[in-house]
Design a protein around this ligand. Sequence first.
Ligand code: NDP
Ligand code: 8X3
Length: 251
Amino acid sequence: MKTLLVTGATAGFGAAIVERFVTGGWRAIATGRRQDRLDALADRLGRDRVHTACFDIRDADAMAAALDAVPAPFRDLDLLVNNAGLALGTAPAQACDLAQWRQMIDTNVTALVTITHRLLPVLIERRGAIVNIGSIAGVYPYAGGNVYGATKAFVEQFSLNLRSDLHGTGVRVSVIEPGLAETEFTLVRNGGDQAASNALYAGAQPITAADVAESTWWIANLPPHLNINRLEVMPVSQSLAGLQIHREPAA
Ligand code: NDP
Ligand code: 8X3
């Protein structure tokens, strides 16, 4: 039986990825800060198949302790899904809160490289795989995307660079770059404003968490000689718009 570790498994993509893989016959380590959510997932899918590890991914000591405590059947990791992450705010850079910028960098970048560094030896030993969750925000700029988009650009380039360094090890590395997807993402981004979240997704038929889980499952279960480098996915309702031009009023 294969094993994966999913960061940010208490909601959205992460919870759906755990469910997809466990129902597909894998064993999962599910991480996140909300123990009640992790417990509900493990109780539903089976404690023999889901090990929960509750920690703030920005806390390197807590992460190390939680990973050291993973029981034997779950230690032989075949897949790391770096999914935990968040956007905070949509204000222009000049109006942003520096603490929010730092929280996004600490979570989406620093924590992601920390857990990857910790798990690379076992992934190399087992010729495993890494799937990082990037975003279209890391590829295309948009107003208000400032640091969030930059963290996801890091995830994209880190994924491609990891591939280069892991050349010859058999370890596969992929980055999935979803567009508009309905999860708790917008609720978090807007400080808990459910109406704002509902308004964003209304009538757009956004990507679902199950869609991203299915993409992750497809990538992980391709024949071992194939590597998906980048997978950019948008809902049909979303497309790219043009550049903006500001004009000074005529003198
Ligand atoms: P959700 O808000 O639904 O889920 C985010 C997950 O990240 C939660 O499980 C949360 O767990 C976890 N997380 C956040 N901060 C921390 C932390 N400090 N420590 C541990 N876990 C943390 O959002 P999504 O499922 O949409 O987001 C998952 C990933 O997908 C993110 O990286 C996001 O940037 C990316 N993404 C989302 C898109 C979208 O439109 N929804 C599109 C493209 C990419 P907890 O709060 O319990 O700690
Ligand atoms: C989330 C997608 O377009 O809201 O990463 O930034 S977007």
